[in-house]
Ligand binder design. Structure first.
Ligand SMILES: NC(=O)c1ccc[n+]([C@@H]2O[C@H](COP(=O)([O-])OP(=O)(O)OC[C@H]3O[C@@H](n4cnc5c(N)ncnc54)[C@H](O)[C@@H]3O)[C@@H](O)[C@H]2O)c1
Ligand SMILES: [Zn+2]
Length: 358
């Protein structure tokens, strides 16, 4: 098992990454001083795989445990579902001493985190992420939110958990598309901050795709450390944290244009390929590095091209995404594998060229 300390003053916490951590959940939670009622919030899919086990482990450590199930899927990341959870918490007489555990992927983590942040102005929260994306991305950094109307993550706040337990054994049951999609975010982290880590992934593609525990622990730990170090510098996302969005400007546009039929990880993979190509066109990155990135994404089984799309529709989706998120047409571009910059005022002609030619 590996541990990462997230240093955020009085909101500091530890992330544990390792196989079979669910079995240690009771001990770990006691160690941070929590002892009363525990409410696990999860969905039927994850509940059937890990819900009973986690409940029993916690009961054996002396906790009084309830499980709340909500529907599975992005559409349940809503104020309506949050209300249902508030209702259940209230019925179970949850107080500010209650611990709420988010057991599941990023949808559960964001929604349950939002509920924990707001119920009685904040109750204890522990993340037990069970998707690769949640283990390397959404359980880290305290962003919690629900969707509103058609807009993602419109209602939310920052709320740090007390502890994160990333049990990599749970990734064994993850559908291949979800697993490979999470690897897009792992590769993104390596490109942002750690060239040696990128090389490690290149050299271990087979063990990673076979979900060997040693390889999983290594990549999740290293990707998590990268995100933690960024979050520590910019907890409230005022500037520096934007580096985590490498590939996401193009990626979000692909999700929009495809009406969310393309998986987030796949869209990000294409987005990363386009961003590295743009970095070549603008003179920041060597062509050979762009090709290295593209080759690795392909070897992992991720797409690197988005075909048959109107350049204008794609470009408008980018402008729309920027308008919502920052108002500026800036891009995170790699200067080398392991180092990125924020590039402002990129010529729209260059962006359209990338969309057209890939
Ligand atoms: N807060 C943040 O910083 C942040 C960052 C990135 C993404 N997100 C959010 O994360 C969400 C996406 O998260 P996700 O990709 O984990 O999707 P998800 O939570 O929808 O999970 C994907 C699917 O995998 C299933 N699943 C979960 N764990 C499983 C397991 N161990 N075995 C088998 N099946 C399992 C789920 O039931 C679901 O059907 C989005 O809502 C996104 O906005 C948040
Ligand atoms: Zn992402």
């Amino acid at each position: 098992m590996k541990s990462i300390k997230v240093a955020l003053g009085d909101r500091s916490y530890t992330i544990n990454v390792g196989a079979n951590l669910l079995a240690k959940a009771g001990v770990k939670i006691k160690q941070i001083g929590l002892k009363n009622q525990v409410i696990i919030v999860t969905n039927p899919n994850v509940a059937s795989l890990y819900g009973d086990y986690l409940k029993t482990v916690l009961e054996n450590s002396g906790f009084l445990v309830h499980v709340i199930e909500i529907g599975d899927g992005e559409k349940y990341k809503s104020l309506e579902t949050a209300s249902e959870i508030y209702e259940s918490l209230s019925n179970k007489h949850a107080t500010r001493d209650t611990l709420v555990i988010a057991l599941g992927g990023g949808v559960i983590g964001d929604l349950v985190g939002f509920v924990a942040a707001t119920y009685q102005r904040g109750v204890h929260l522990v993340h037990v992420p069970t998707t690769l994306l949640a283990q390397v991305d959404s359980s880290i950094g305290g962003k919690v939110a629900v969707n509103y109307g058609n807009l993602k993550n419109q209602i939310g706040t920052f709320y740090q958990p007390r502890l994160v337990l990333s049990d990599i054994l749970t990734l064994k049951s993850l559908p291949q598309e979800e697993f490979v999609g999470g690897l897009a975010e792992v590769i993104k982290s390596a490109i942002i901050a750690d060239g040696a880590f990128f090389e490690y992934i290149e050299n271990n593609v087979d063990s990673i795709l076979n979900r060997e525990m040693k390889a999983l622990e290594a990549i999740i730990y290293r990707a998590a450390v990268i995100k933690v170090r960024v979050v520590e510098k910019d907890e409230y996302d005022t500037g520096y944290r934007h580096v985590l969005n490498l590939g996401h400007t193009f990626g979000h546009a692909i999700e929009t244009v495809s009406k969310y039929k393309i998986h987030h990880g796949a869209a990000i993979s294409i987005g990363i390929t386009m961003a590295t190509k743009l970095a070549v066109t603008t003179g920041f990155l060597r062509e050979t590095d762009h090709l290295r990135v593209k080759n690795l994404l392909r070897k992992i089984g991720l797409p690197t091209q988005f075909n048959n799309i109107s350049v204008n529709r794609f470009f408008n989706a980018i402008k729309y995404d920027k308008k919502i998120h920052s108002g500026r047409l800036h891009f995170i571009l790699p200067r080398s594998i392991g180092d990125v910059i924020v590039a402002d005022n990129i010529d729209p002609v260059l962006i359209k060229g990338i969309i057209k030619n890939g």
